[in-house]
Structure formats: structure tokens, C-alpha cells
Design a binder for this molecule. Sequence first.
Ligand code: FE2
Length: 238
Amino acid sequence: MKHRFTISQLNKNGYAVCKVENFKIFKALQNSFIKNIRVSNSKKKTIEDVRKYFAKMNKAEINKSMINFITFNKNLSELMIKSFPNLIKELCGKELFVQRRAHTTINVPGKNQAKQVAHYEMISGISPFTYVIWAPLHEINDEGGAYHFDLKTSLKIMKEEEKKGLVNSPRVLNLMGKKKPPKLKFGEAIIFNPFVLHGNIPFNSNLARIACNVRFQSFSKPLLQKNTDYLKYYRLPS
Ligand SMILES: [Fe+2]
């Protein structure tokens, strides 16, 4: 499946909705998650089953179930990269630095649950040449997704903060409530650069949100603070 934006459109806006290109691999990733995640003693067959159980769990229970999760995480980076090979090749070439261990985040519905405040990825020391793909493991038809600000708005806010010597000022924190995460079909993901502000908001649902994300950049571009503890070399298959 070909994405519907040009690379210059993506670079100008800072983020775009992209589509899984290798559905077989992405489905294998989802199956591996369902197989390896431990949720009580109940039977789980579909991603919706897992989402339902997680929606009822507290943070401590979620943390506990994440412990056996390492078997799933082992080749998550590769599975994520191989799900979007053409887009990644177009952006960064075949030779890449990829995040050694991609992340899986589980967001539980409800007002008192932790949320991700608006932030941009370069805060964590990745290089300005990095891209992130954030892919939910199911469709998102509530407000449990993630929102992104376009590049122009993000840079304007960051420059203002820098001038005032602030990081995540009340203005940035208040941005959270004003933005609505987009709804996505299963197989849709968001690709974004490390400058765009993004986060999520509390949401109501009886299903938790489960999403994977991976960072990558061209092998020929300079790194910033990250080294081989964080990154590994990866060559896209021909
Ligand atoms: Fe983030």
C-alpha cells in the first residue's frame, strides 16, 4: 500500500498518517503481542479481548503483566520497520540506525490515568534526523489516540519557550485539553519528526489503547546523544 503524501509534504507538516505496507508482518506483530502479554488467567483471543482486560486493570497490575513481555519486545523494532519498508527507504535510505528496542505503550481509559503531556522527541536526545512511527495495534474510534501539532506551530511554541527559559510551561500543558486525537483504522499509523509537539488526553472507553512506536534515522546522518546502547545498525531487505 502506498502512502498518500509526498516526503516534502511530510517534512513540511512534521507528521502524517501513513499506512502499513506489509500487512502480514504487522498482523504477526499484533499476534505476537496477544500471545505474549499476560492478562489474568482469562482466555484472550483477539486484541479487543486484551484491550478489555487492560481497561479494568490498575497501573500495578499492568506493570506486572508487562514483565513477561520481553519475549514480544525482542524483535519488535524489526517487525515495525519491516511493516513500513518503502516509506522508511524513501525517507532514510536502506541503511539505518534503528532503536534497539521499540516501545509498546498501553493507555488505560479514565480521568485519573496517567497521560503523556505535550512534548517533542528531541527532548530525549535523539538526533534531528530521526523519525518516529507510532502504530496502534487496533483501530482507534474513540479519543484514546495521540495528537500532533504541525511543525510550524510546534517550532513557534518551542521558540517562545526558549526565549522565556521555560520547558513545558502552563501554556504547553494547557495545549493538551484543546487537541483531539484523530481516529484511525487498523493498519494506519502516524509518522512524525522529532520537532513536533504531541501527547494524548484522558479518554472514556471500555477498551485500553495499545500502540507500538519505533525511532530510526539514516545510517549516514550524524547522531546526537544516542549511541549503540540505544541504536543498532539495520539494513532494509532488498
Ligand atoms: Fe513522544
